[in-house]
Ligand binder design. Structure first.
Ligand code: HEM
Length: 400
């Protein structure tokens, strides 16, 4: 019997519901996958994905970060750090690094803890939906607080982000509602930046307005309003959806592997290792899309110049050539075996990684206190259908 052809359709119901088997077949049978219908390529082996993340000259970010943008061949309409190649990226990263120093993030710990506690204590102690009642709210609250968005607008930002990322099965382009939501968020940010230029406060908008770097020619560079607004829009999406999904994934995986939850109950010092294993095993970001800037020859396939290439980090994490027993969820695994690509790799590696790790670790700490024993109501769980981010929209639990 001949095997059916592997089909990787990142906008299909089947994909949203868990693509691990598709990834395995891609790694084994077609490591440089070509999707003829949509005219894109995908790399799935750890060695290839990690090398591609590092090789920004061959795999450019400057044409967009999803299929729709990259295949349009046009530079994206918005100026965002994640959509830049070096040297432009290097300048921007130096500027925004100034507001994301380890010290600045550590200084956020009391606010992060207070925000997480506030949302968790509002949830029903006998049973609640971990995503809908908890993890959907606190990350966006934290990032918008850091930025300086007034309290009454913070949840509105989350709704705008959700609308812009949502995709129906089969839908590749952003919807009109999604575009409108981004425009509304940008409008709010422009207004706040103007206010901070006139009257600086103790927030990230004010620090971004004030941030300067010395150029090689001796001149000084700072950020324009539209660059700050673009950055804030990016942070809203990057900082909110991902942590939401990681915490939802955590509760699902620990319910499936109660012996791993027990390890954390016995020894809280394992929480940071658990966060890393969650990022490996069920990463909220499954892939980033790049554009090939030259012809690439790999595993007998030629990727022409100018094509969208999916870098499937989630597949790379399950590559047996990189990790021993990759399909086993084990918070004690040897993390030095291979690079964890959960926060990306290379020049674009996640700017918010320290914040994300802190938020997730505190959330796990509080969930261990709140629900040392719990069960997931599996028949009421639902997955999200979103661009790039994978995970659950509904994870109801009963506390035992
Ligand atoms: C578990 C949570 C998170 C995950 C899994 C995650 C994942 C990622 C990944 C995979 C990239 C690389 C994108 C690429 O190479 O094209 C990235 C970049 C980025 N992330 Fe995160 N992220 C998380 C949380 C956050 C948070 C909390 C923030 C900010 C508050 C943030 C801000 C950013 C920014 C600004 C970039 C772009 C960096 C650049 O282009 O130089 N992320 N993230």
């Amino acid at each position: 019997m001949t095997k059916s052809q592997v089909v990787f359709d990142p906008f299909s119901e089947e994909y949203f519901n868990g693509p691990w088997d598709i990834y395995r077949r891609m790694r084994e049978e077609t490591p440089v996958y070509y999707n003829e219908a949509e005219d894109f390529y995908a790399l799935s082996r750890h060695e290839d994905v990690s090398a591609a993340y590092k090789d920004f000259a061959t795999y450019s970010s400057a044409y967009g970060l999803d299929l729709a943008m990259v295949r349009s061949g046009e530079p994206p309409p918005m100026k965002m750090i994640i959509l830049m190649d070096p040297p432009e990226h290097r300048h921007m990263r130096s500027l925004v690094n100034k507001v994301f120093t380890p010290r600045a993030i550590e200084a956020m710990r009391p606010m992060v803890t207070e925000t997480i506690d506030r949302y968790l204590s509002a949830a029903d102690p006998t049973g609640f939906d971990v995503v809908q009642d908890f993890s959907a709210y606190f990350p966006v609250d934290i990032i918008t607080t850091m930025l300086g968005v007034p309290e009454d607008k913070r949840q509105q930002v989350r709704e705008w982000v959700d609308t812009s990322l949502h995709r129906e099965p089969g839908q590749i382009e952003m919807s009109d509602e999604g575009m409108a939501a981004i425009a509304e968020a940008m409008g709010l940010y422009f207004q706040l930046i103007q206010e901070r230029r006139n009257e600086p406060q103790d927030d990230m908008f004010s620090r971004l307005v004030a941030a300067e770097i010395q150029r090689e020619d001796g001149g000084v560079e700072s950020l324009e309003d539209f660059e700050i607004a673009g950055f804030a829009t990016l942070l809203g999406g990057a900082g909110a959806e991902t942590v939401t999904k990681l915490v939802g994934n955590a509760v699902v995986e620990f319910a499936r592997h109660p012996e791993q939850w027990q390890k954390l109950l016995d020894d809280r010092s394992k929480i940071p290792a658990a966060v890393e294993e969650l990022l490996r095993y069920e990463p909220p970001v499954h892939y980033n899309v790049r554009r090939s800037m030259r012809e690439v020859h790999l595993h007998g396939v030629t990727i022409p110049e100018g094509k969208p290439v999916f870098l499937l980090q989630a597949s790379a994490h399950r590559d047996p050539d990189a990790f021993t027993d990759p399909d086993t969820f084990d918070i004690d695994r040897d993390r030095t075996e291979a690079q964890n690509l959960g926060f990306g790799y290379g020049v674009h590696s996640c700017l918010g990684a320290a914040l994300a790790r802190m938020e997730t670790a505190i959330a796990l700490e509080r969930l261990l206190d709140r629900m040392p024993r719990y069960e997931v109501l599996w028949n009421q769980c639902e997955r999200v259908a979103m661009q790039n981010v994978a995970g659950w929209s509904h994870v109801p639990v009963r506390v035992l």
